[in-house]
Design a protein around this ligand. Structure first.
Ligand code: GH3
Ligand code: MG
Ligand code: MG
Length: 494
């Protein structure tokens, strides 16, 4: 349907020229001005739909099209007031050329990195310098009244070609190198527009304006509508929005995408550099050319330094986050002790030492007695507080740095005692359990009237079977014995 409307627009343009031959020029101007305005209106509509960041891209695209329409309006004004309509005024030329600056800015900056204010200021400055260099270049070939000579007109057309090819290539590259749905939509629109514009403008400028029909008002004019109508067609539909899922895996960008994103900021400086070199080559604005080269190099250099600084900051932040995450992954949130995962790793490590025959290892399982009743009597939060107190006391009562205490699960703790024989481990455990008793935490539902623990001790020297699990199972059997024998006691696995 929208394609049909676009075709109807072109047919109307052609019909207007045919039906009013006396006013063909003005009629054609109306269509040539309306087409970019339509594109700009639809780009502004996108600004209303999208969030802030993509809005910048769409609003700059709209400004580009407005500049182009303004060029046409200024050309119309001149054509209505001067007798020789084949002269395109210099200010229109400038507007046609300047229209590339906002698009270049979009290509160089949108969706590239989370640039900060200073970086954006550098980009903005480079864009302004770019605009000024275009201005200087254009007016080296033209005056406000029009091109200085046929050769100047050809030079201007070549400048258009150069700019159009640059925009086509860079927008297509950005399209293939963009990732987010809204960035893709923006660059799909700009790429299809810029490619078709480059072809249509080259055909029109070389074949029509410098050849068969220099004046506006010929059927050829309809060719110029095409890229703007295409812009409107591609920009109109909303891209599909996928719900953001926190569980969605973060995909790694392809090498091409990373290359395009990193290289894009170079485009502004590269454009400034190219125009400066052109000016130097012309020998007309040597100082401006030199200044342009300096701005391009310094601008890109400064921008890169700032990117590098941000990169290092991000890396530091990531390293810090990674170590925090590693900490969290290994610790129990309630007691702050090592968790079951950390214990599993630790016991495997110790078991390998045992297997090498270097030393023995003892394992102690400690379980709070009648803790379910404790919770029932005092409430779950009080149970949590009790667990923390017991955990702290256990931690304090282990004297050797080599000993590892972990929360095994629920109200159960585990201690690894490297190098401790069964007898030594039994002695340590009795002392530890006694300290819990001495805490004197009231437990009315317990026959002991206070919080007590039971413990099972096992040693690698008396464990049959070659795995760490058999050592744990052995300690667990001893703990079961301690419970069965009345709680508040230590049992050793024989
Ligand atoms: P036993 O002397 O035989 O070990 O009896 P028990 O009641 O201690 O053992 P049981 O396995 O029947 O119950 C353990 C209780 O520990 C049940 C559970 O609600 C409680 N518990 C486990 N983890 C936590 C925790 O993180 N906070 C609190 N408040 N309670 C917990
Ligand atoms: Mg218990
Ligand atoms: Mg238990």
């Amino acid at each position: 349907m929208k394609v049909l409307l676009a075709i109807a627009y072109i047919l109307l343009h052609l019909s207007a020229i045919k039906l009013w031959p006396a006013h063909a020029m003005v009629a054609s101007y109306v269509f040539l001005i309306a087409a970019p305005l339509l594109g700009a209106a639809i780009a502004f509509r996108r600004c209303l739909i999208e969030g802030f960041a993509p809005t910048r891209g769409w609003s700059l695209a709209a400004i580009s099209l407005l500049l182009w329409a303004l060029g046409m309006i200024s050309s119309l004004q001149t054509d209505l007031s001067v007798p020789d309509p084949s002269q395109v005024p210099g200010e229109s030329m400038l507007l046609y050329i300047l229209y590339g600056v906002p698009i270049t800015y979009v290509v160089a900056t949108i969706g590239v990195d989370r640039s900060n204010g200073v970086q954006r200021a550098i980009d903005g400055l480079l864009a302004i310098v770019l605009g000024y260099l275009y201005f200087a270049l254009t007016f080296s070939w033209t005056t406000l009244q029009g091109a200085l000579s046929a050769q100047s007109a050809t030079m201007i057309v070549y400048t258009f070609d150069m700019e159009n090819v640059f925009l086509a290539v860079t927008t297509v590259t950005r399209y293939f190198g963009s990732e987010g749905t809204s960035d893709r939509h923006l660059f799909r629109t700009l790429a299809s527009y810029a490619c078709v514009y480059a072809v249509c403008a080259a055909y029109y400028n070389h074949h029509v304006a410098l050849g068969v029909a220099p004046d506006i008002g010929s059927y050829y004019d309809a060719v110029v509508d095409v890229p703007f109508l295409l812009f409107a067609l591609v920009a109109w539909p909303s891209p599909p929005r996928y719900p953001l899922s926190s569980a969605a895996p973060v995909r790694k960008s392809s090498l091409f995408v990373r290359f395009v994103r990193s290289g894009s900021p170079l485009l502004l400086s590269l454009s400034v550099l190219t125009l400066s070199l052109l000016l130097l080559y012309q020998r007309q604005h040597t100082n401006l050319g030199i200044a342009g080269v300096v701005v391009a190099v310094l601008g890109y250099g400064l921008r890169s330094i700032l990117s590098q600084v941000r990169h290092i900051e991000t890396e530091d932040l990531l390293r810090h986050d990674r170590s925090t995450l590693a900490e969290l992954a290994m610790h129990d949130g309630l007691t702050g002790l090592l968790n079951r995962r950390a214990f599993d790793e630790a016991i495997e490590r110790e078991w390998r030492v045992v297997q090498r025959g270097d030393q023995v290892v003892s394992l102690v399982l400690i379980d709070i007695d009648l803790f379910k009743q404790y919770n029932d009597s005092y409430g779950h939060p009080a149970g949590d507080a009790c667990l923390k107190l017991v955990a702290d006391e256990l931690q304090k009562s282990l004297l050797r740095p080599a000993d590892t205490l972990a929360r095994y699960g629920g109200e159960e703790f585990v201690v690894i005692l490297p190098g401790a024989t069964l007898a030594a481990a039994g002695a340590v455990t009795s002392r530890v359990c006694e300290r819990i008793n001495q805490l004197g935490l009231p437990h009315l539902a317990s026959p002991f009237g206070q919080v007590t623990v039971s413990a099972g001790v096992a040693c690698s020297s008396s464990v049959r079977g070659g795995t760490a699990e058999s050592l744990i199972a052995s300690a667990d059997r001893a703990l079961y014995e301690a419970k069965r024998n009345g709680r508040n006691r230590v049992e050793q696995s024989g």
